[in-house]
Design a protein. Structure first.
Length: 558
């Protein structure tokens, strides 16, 4: 064993350890990577199943005193260090004491290189961590740092079959309802179910709050992962039954397998598994979801749009624009009496996004509140300007149910109306029925308040999935807007045509007005006129456009 020409030598390290270790609680060690020799203070030999203070064939010998479940993790880590891919070793795992009982230890070490940069030694210290075990106190499982370390040291994660991230559905509510002790009890119960169901080939980790991660490091595929999920669910159902249905909960799982585990670094992999679980929950919980790249790309794209809109909002709504589409009064010889305001968005890179795509993102993120207010302002200002040409001009504004529930739209609209000197009767608020499937008392109250101050209300998108006739008689909107999808069908199919006629006469019979949307051609108009709609909206009379163009085309000279 010679290290001539190098500033470090195994003998020197060993002597230092031998001399000072007796007065330390920790167990210093040195590992000679080139010669595969290890030396640890004598005290370690007294305490643990370590065969001798100095031994060779280091990996193999560790098998004698490292807890079997943790052995592979250690070997993977050492291989990484020996290959010079990692400068530091910092892992917690279990050694066996003299009675072969597992003891948690923390092993730290630093790589020392030769002058030519070759990995030569690892020198460091082992200490007992006693009760502060790495395995989580509630679940008895490893924590994330152990998983992170493992994923980062196994070469390319080539052999990893799958990663399953389990989440308890509605765990927060469960904690709130039954208390945190009960929450811990459930966590512990589920951890036991996981441990009971998993095979020896899998390793389980407690991620955080209500999430667990199960990994199969060598082989296995999506089908096996799915089967595991099913089995775990059954086991958890049994556990709930054993507890006499005191609390009921389900689990969701995001499964990552195959090539997706190999992409990027270990943090990327954990991110993808997080997305997979998020997707399983989004799909309705109590189910598993197998990672699909196309879904992930869609998600990333949406996040990009959302981030861009956030910046726009912070930047004085740059990128947002309000368009206007003419509304035509057929009872007044086709005169343009108003406009529907329609929001447009262009990203910083010039990409235009459809409102069908971005409105839901604004709603989910809550950005619809500031953007909606901005829309009120722009639309009402525009209305005030158009009234110079057409004094009875009305502007229609689309409102999302999120705005209704989370902001004081009545006060907002009222203030803006006053600032612009227009009457409440110039404003029409368009709301879709689908948004408030069961018109809650809160929504109804706002609906009533709007009506009381004199704002008109249009029931939008009538004729799509959710609409029902009885709701019209309860809500009594001023106008019922027939969805353009419905118009399209009525123009091509006899049954829908009959249906539209009936709906219109019914709406007329209770003295409400009708607006038919999506009239694109003269022929469409000719075929719909016999139904006697009050109002028409569609490309035939004009496409949505900016205010300047709208005024030039439809206001000047009207
Ligand atoms: P909507 O309220 O049903 O608006 C009518 C949609 O039909 C508009 O689509 C309009 O451009 C389109 N349209 C009008 N006439 C025709 C026609 O003759 N043929 C065809 N093919 N289409 C026609 P747009 O502007 O893409 O808006 C889509 C939806 O986005 C709107 O449907 C509305 O639900 C929502 N939206 C737009 N602006 C806002 C807004 O400011 N706030 C909220 N909450 N939602 C908005
Ligand atoms: Ca509308
Ligand atoms: Ca509509």
């Amino acid at each position: 064993m010679s290290n001539e020409g190098n500033k470090y030598s195994f003998e020197n390290f060993r002597n230092v350890i031998g001399e000072y270790a007796s007065c330390m609680d920790d167990y210093p060690y040195v590992l000679d990577l080139k010669n595969d020799v290890y030396y640890i203070s004598e005290k370690a030999v007294e305490r643990f199943a370590v065969p001798a203070a100095q031994f060779s064939d280091v990996s193999k010998t560790h098998e004698q005193f490292v807890y079997s479940e943790d052995y592979q993790m250690l070997i993977d880590d050492l291989a990484f260090i020996a290959a010079g891919k990692k400068e530091e070793h910092d892992i917690q795992y279990r050694w066996l004491d003299k009675d072969k009982k597992p003891i948690w230890i923390n092993c730290k070490g630093r790589l020392l290189r030769s002058e030519t940069g070759e990995p030569m030694f690892m020198i460091g210290c082992v200490n007992e961590i006693g009760n502060v075990s790495r395995a989580d106190n509630v679940t008895g499982m490893f924590r994330m740092n152990v998983l992170r370390n493992r994923l980062s040291v196994i070469e390319d994660r080539k052999s990893v079959g799958y990663i399953i991230r389990i989440g308890i559905d509605g765990f927060k509510e469960l904690n709130e309802k039954f208390g945190y002790d009960y929450g811990d009890y459930v966590l512990n119960g589920i951890a036991n179910c996981v441990i009971g169901v998993k095979s020896n080939l899998m390793q389980a980790y407690y991620a955080h709050s209500d999430e667990f991660i199960i990994v199969r490091y060598d082989g296995g595929d999506a089908r096996e992962a799915h089967k595991f999920y099913k089995k775990l669910r059954r086991r958890i159902d049994d556990f709930i039954e054993e507890n006499k249905y005191e609390a009921f909960y389900t689990i969701s799982a995001g499964i990552l397998c195959g090539e997706h585990i190999r992409e990027g670094d270990s943090e990327d992999v954990l991110k993808l598994s997080q997305f997979a679980l998020h997707k399983a929950k989004q799909n309705g919980r109590n189910q598993d979801y197998i990672f699909d790249k196309a879904d992930y790309e869609k998600f990333i794209y949406k996040q990009g749009v959302l981030a861009s809109m956030r910046r726009s909002v912070a930047n004085d709504f740059e990128g947002f624009e309000l368009y206007f589409q003419p509304l035509v009064d057929m009872y007044k010889k086709g005169r343009i009496y108003g406009a529907e305001s329609l929001l447009r968005y262009t990203m910083e890179d010039g990409t235009q996004i459809s409102p069908v795509e971005f409105i839901p993102l604004l709603e989910e993120s809550g950005l619809i509140i500031p953007v909606g207010k901005w829309v009120f302002e722009r639309a009402i200002e525009m209305c005030s300007r158009c009234q110079q040409y057409v004094p009875e001009f009305k502007v229609s504004i689309n409102i999302s149910y999120v705005q209704v529930l989370k902001s004081n739209i009545v006060r907002e609209i009222n203030n803006i109306i006053k600032n612009n000197g227009v009457t409440p009767g110039s404003i029409v608020v368009e709301m879709t029925e689908s948004g408030y499937l069961e018109f809650t008392p809160v929504v109804r109250e706002i609906w009533e308040e709007l009506r009381q101050i004199g704002i008109h209300i249009a029931l939008d998108d009538f004729g799509t999935g959710y609409s029902n006739l009885s709701s019209i008689s309860v809500l009594m909107p001023d106008v019922v807007k027939l969805d353009r999808g419905f118009t399209e069908k009525a123009l091509t199919n006899d049954y829908e045509n009959e249906l539209m006629q009936h709906i219109i006469s019914m709406v007329h019979s209770i003295n409400l007005k009708i607006c038919i949307e999506g009239v694109e051609t003269e022929d469409d108009l000719a075929r719909l006129m016999p139904m006697n709609p009050e109002f028409i909206q569609g490309y035939y009379f004009g496409r949505p456009c900016g205010e300047t163009e709208f005024v030039k085309k439809f206001m000047i000279g009207s």
